[in-house]
Ligand binder design. Structure first.
Ligand SMILES: [Zn+2]
Ligand SMILES: [Zn+2]
Length: 218
């Protein structure tokens, strides 16, 4: 809302959109996001239920593994989620399953913050299962889990902004080369066959799915 209604005019030159936005596609994105939110809530309820039975590796004592582990496990979750997302995202783009698993996310054509959580039901389930699985595999403090969920949500809104927030010269810095921003993910929505990552450009660089023009793009 801030970027589209308040700052929209002053940032018009930074827009990454190739076509004008349609309010009907934003409405459809909001509908899919509400559906995804229900799926994520069910996953969250399942995690809490499993925790109450002592079945997960979630913990509440800050000092159980030391304070340093809070940061290490936070970064580990982001790296794991990025890896999980990269590979399932490539599978989602296989022609046989794209239409019923991932089309909803690409329906609007142009990414907007409202498409950041717009997933078809099967995709929402596969995405939600990551945090269910990770709570059984990696010991995580509740603070770390909540921090990862907030990071995921804000990062998704940021990568779907449809505005270039940082100048293109930032890609020549280490941090700009390895972190995914709105320019990087807009190219995925326009071209489909490049940029499958979530947080980091690592897998796209390693497996040759980074657009060769990305680092020169202004
Ligand atoms: Zn996609
Ligand atoms: Zn997207």
């Amino acid at each position: 809302m801030l970027f589209y209604l308040v700052l929209g005019k002053s940032l018009a030159n930074n827009s990454l959109h190739l076509k004008p936005l349609m309010s009907c596609s934003i409405k459809k994105d909001i509908e899919l996001s509400v559906l995804s939110a229900v799926v994520f809530a069910i996953c969250g309820a399942f995690i809490i239920f499993a925790y109450s039975l002592g079945a997960t590796l979630l913990y509440t004592d800050l000092y159980k593994y030391g304070l340093w582990y809070l940061l290490v496990s936070f970064i580990a979750v982001l790296v794991l989620q990025d890896t999980y997302f990269y590979f399932i995202h490539r599978i989602f783009h296989q022609p046989l399953i794209f239409k019923w698993m991932h089309y909803g996310h690409h329906r609007s054509g142009e990414p907007t913050p409202w498409s950041s959580s717009a997933f078809d039901l099967p995709e929402a389930i596969v995405q939600g299962l990551f945090f269910v699985g990770v709570s059984f595999i990696v010991p995580l403090h509740f603070i770390t889990l909540v921090a990862a969920l907030i990071t995921m949500t804000l990062w998704a809104v940021f990568t779907h902004l449809g505005f270039q927030v940082f100048p293109s010269s930032s890609k020549s810095y280490w941090i700009g080369r390895w972190l995914i921003g709105s320019t990087h993910h807009s190219m995925h929505h326009h071209k489909y066959k490049v940029h499958y990552g979530l947080y980091f450009t690592f897998w796209d660089k390693l497996l040759g799915t980074e657009d060769p023009n990305y680092e020169n793009k202004t």
